[in-house]
Every structure is written in structure tokens, then in C-alpha cells.
Design a protein around this ligand. Structure first.
Ligand code: ZN
Length: 138
């Protein structure tokens, strides 16, 4: 069994962003040379997520509106922020949208269902953050 590890770095302009990272993951899969196996992608920060869904702008603004209803931004809204932080909402959003995805690799390709794409979701950006990519197989 072979293994390929890579870290992707992000520093978003906005506090919240959704970025389609499928091309970067496919690039790493190509470099790995692995044809059959699993690809794990995980956000390494507790205020950002990795999720799989459609690359459709309407859906992304629906996600934003929905998350803002569930966990609105606001310094005085969360006990977490009593220590001086302002990202209580971002921790909750991260938990809802998830930490990790695993995609099967078949014949050297990410074996997606229809319209599936991998996204990095930033909820407390404007600073450097990392995503781990681990590809294992043969
Ligand atoms: Zn925090």
C-alpha cells in the first residue's frame, strides 16, 4: 500500500467563503499515482470545514443564510466569546458542516456521485489555515 500526504493552505479575503478544492485534490491524486484506494480530506482548524455538495452559487448562498440563522455572527451571542474571541459562531458552523470527507478512488479517479464536488468552507478567515490530504491505496 502506498500513501501520499499533502497540506493545502488557504488565506481567504472574507471571513466566510466556500472554495471548490476538487481540482487541487485531483492534482494530488494524479501525483500520488494511486489507482485504487481512499482519499481523506480534512480541515485542520476548528473554525473551517470540508464538505461535499453541488458547485451551485444559489445553494452556497442558501448554506450561508441557513448557517447564519442557526449560528448568527455576534461577539455578545456566545459564551465562547467571553474570553475575547469573536468566533463562537464559526465553531458551531464548522461542526454543522463537518470536518472530514472520504472519497473512494476507482481507476485513478475520485469516484463521485452525480454533481459531487469537495469544498473548503471558511468561517473565520483572513488568516492562514490548513487542509490535510491523505491518499492511500495501490
Ligand atoms: Zn474560538
Amino acid at each position: 500500500m502506498r500513501s501520499h500526504t499533502q497540506y493545502l493552505w488557504f488565506n481567504t479575503k472574507n471571513r466566510q467563503e466556500f472554495i471548490n478544492i476538487t481540482p487541487q485534490v485531483e492534482e494530488e491524486l494524479k501525483k500520488s499515482g494511486i489507482k485504487e484506494g481512499l482519499c481523506l480530506v480534512n480541515a485542520m482548524h476548528i473554525t473551517s470545514s470540508i464538505f461535499i455538495n453541488d458547485d451551485e452559487p444559489g445553494l452556497h448562498s442558501d448554506f450561508s443564510a441557513w448557517l447564519e440563522k442557526l449560528a448568527p455572527y455576534g461577539k455578545d451571542k456566545y459564551r465562547h466569546n467571553l474570553g475575547g474571541e469573536d468566533n463562537g459562531d464559526a465553531h458551531l458552523k464548522r461542526t454543522i458542516m463537518g470536518r472530514v470527507v472520504v472519497v473512494a478512488i476507482t481507476n485513478g479517479k475520485l469516484d463521485f456521485g452525480p454533481w459531487e464536488q469537495i469544498f473548503y468552507a471558511e468561517f473565520d478567515g483572513r488568516r492562514k489555515k490548513r487542509v490535510l490530504l491523505k491518499i492511500i491505496g495501490d
